[in-house]
Design a protein around this ligand. Structure first.
Ligand code: GLU
Length: 419
């Protein structure tokens, strides 16, 4: 499991992907110049009262990459490896992600350099409320709508909604998504990213002529995203033969007992301590023979060093940025079919969009309606990208990027440069 992300590489990767696709689709130079830079980056200090009475000053970042198609949208992560470059790259990826699934948003992202596993709930609440207070002038339902990301929960989104609302003097549920249902959160949001990955996995297996029933899956990451994906893909009939998180990994060629494993993780927070199969290491999991490898943890886990050893037929990127450009080239040359993050994990932001619509309208949908609409969006986006790949004679990442930059570029050119 990646405990550390290489921030410089992540932004370099994002820019390299953009340059590659700009050349492929002959992108207008004004569009490329604009998209290479974020619209706005805000860095703030967050003085936080700790439980022992001391004051710790954390650093928080919010990047708004692009707003041409609508308000910025993207999560906030709490992690020791957060950096400005990383948050810029993640915000850029959000712009592409929203455009690939064609929802009316640009991309944003936030992060705080901290280790929440070492903090009490009160300390996390103090940090969150002060961070939101620092962001209050740049976020809002019409300009920038945060959401959960690595190590941020529904509870954190509830504090965000409350803090912003207290500053306005009335409740503003549409300022954030992924919030508790009792505050206007959407049914189906918690499992949406995992459900979207499962839907895209199903479509990919279908186009590759591999039966979903019994298809073998190797999964890295068993958090909000990986755990929900494991539940849904095994309900669909696939076999999760390997799974790991920061505490360790398990392997069973007949398929791990996913509902029991998920119940254990819900209760204890980790895979560790669950008795099933044999234990395996992270590299073993990534290079295991399987139909589909799903990296659903952090960035840069598939690199030039290990890509040549990957034996999966398909990679579905559950995390943001798990594959470096060098690894991606090895996969496409070696005939590994990669479904890129900006398509594969777009289910979360899609249901965030549904949540925002419900919060603005004060009219709520059933879980069935949410799941059906999510399926429609994901299946349509998958096939649009697949067809674009065929037209351009390129891989799925370039095709998804092409679709995204063309949509954003069209909006930029239609609006023009002001003044
Ligand atoms: N953090 C998630 C992502 O990377 C969700 C963002 C959102 O819902 O706005 O896609």
């Amino acid at each position: 499991m990646a405990s550390q992300t290489n921030s410089t590489n992540v932004l370099d990767s994002a820019l390299e992907q953009l340059e590659d696709v700009a050349a492929l689709v002959d992108l207008h130079p004004d569009v490329l110049a604009k998209l290479k830079k974020p619209k706005r980056t805000l860095i703030v200090s967050i003085p936080t009262r700790m439980d022992d009475g001391s004051l710790e000053v954390f650093t928080g970042i919010r990047v708004q990459h692009n707003m041409d198609r609508g308000p910025c949208k993207g999560g906030i992560r709490y992690h020791p490896a957060v950096s400005i470059d990383e948050v810029i790259a993640l915000a850029m990826w959000m712009t592409w992600k929203c455009a690939v699934v064609d929802i009316p948003y640009g991309g944003g992202k936030g992060g705080v350099i901290c280790d929440p596993t070492d903090m009490s709930q009160t300390e996390i609440e103090n940090l969150t409320r002060r961070f939101v207070t620092e962001l209050v002038t740049i976020i809002g339902p019409e300009q920038d709508i945060p959401a959960p990301d690595v190590n941020t929960t529904e509870t954190v989104m509830g504090w965000l909604m409350d803090t912003y609302s207290m500053q306005q003097g009335y409740s503003v549920p549409a300022v954030v998504t992924g919030k508790p249902i009792c505050l206007g959160g959407s049914l189906g949001r918690a499992a949406a990213t995992g459900r979207g990955i499962a839907l895209v996995t199903r479509e990919t297996l279908n186009t590759k002529g591999i039966p979903l029933e019994g298809a073998t899956i190797s999964l890295q990451g068993y958090g909000k995203v990986g755990g929900a994906f494991a539940d849904i893909i095994s309900e669909m009939g696939a076999r999760v033969i390997a799974a790991s998180d920061i505490s360790g990994g398990l392997y069973d060629p007949d398929g791990l007992p996913i509902s029991e494993l998920s119940a254990h993780v819900r209760e204890t927070g980790f895979i560790e301590g669950f008795q099933a199969g044999e234990s395996i290491g992270n590299e073993e999991l990534l290079t295991m023979e399987c139909d589909v490898l799903v990296p659903a943890a952090l960035e840069n886990v598939l690199t030039a060093e290990n890509a040549g050893d990957v034996r999966a037929k398909i990679i579905v990127e559950g995390a943001n940025g798990p594959t470096t450009p060098a690894a991606h080239r090895i996969f496409t040359e070696g005939d590994v079919f990669v479904v890129p993050d900006i398509l594969a994990n777009a289910g979360g932001v899609t249901v965030s969009y549904f949540e925002w619509c419900q919060s603005l309208q004060k009219l709520f949908w059933t879980e069935e309606q949410v799941n059906q609409r999510l399926e429609r969006v994901m299946v349509k986006a998958y096939h649009e990208v697949y067809e674009r790949a065929d037209e351009l004679q390129t891989d799925m990442r370039n095709a998804a990027m092409a679709l995204a930059v063309e949509r954003v570029g069209e909006a930029i050119l239609a609006r023009g440069i002001y003044p």
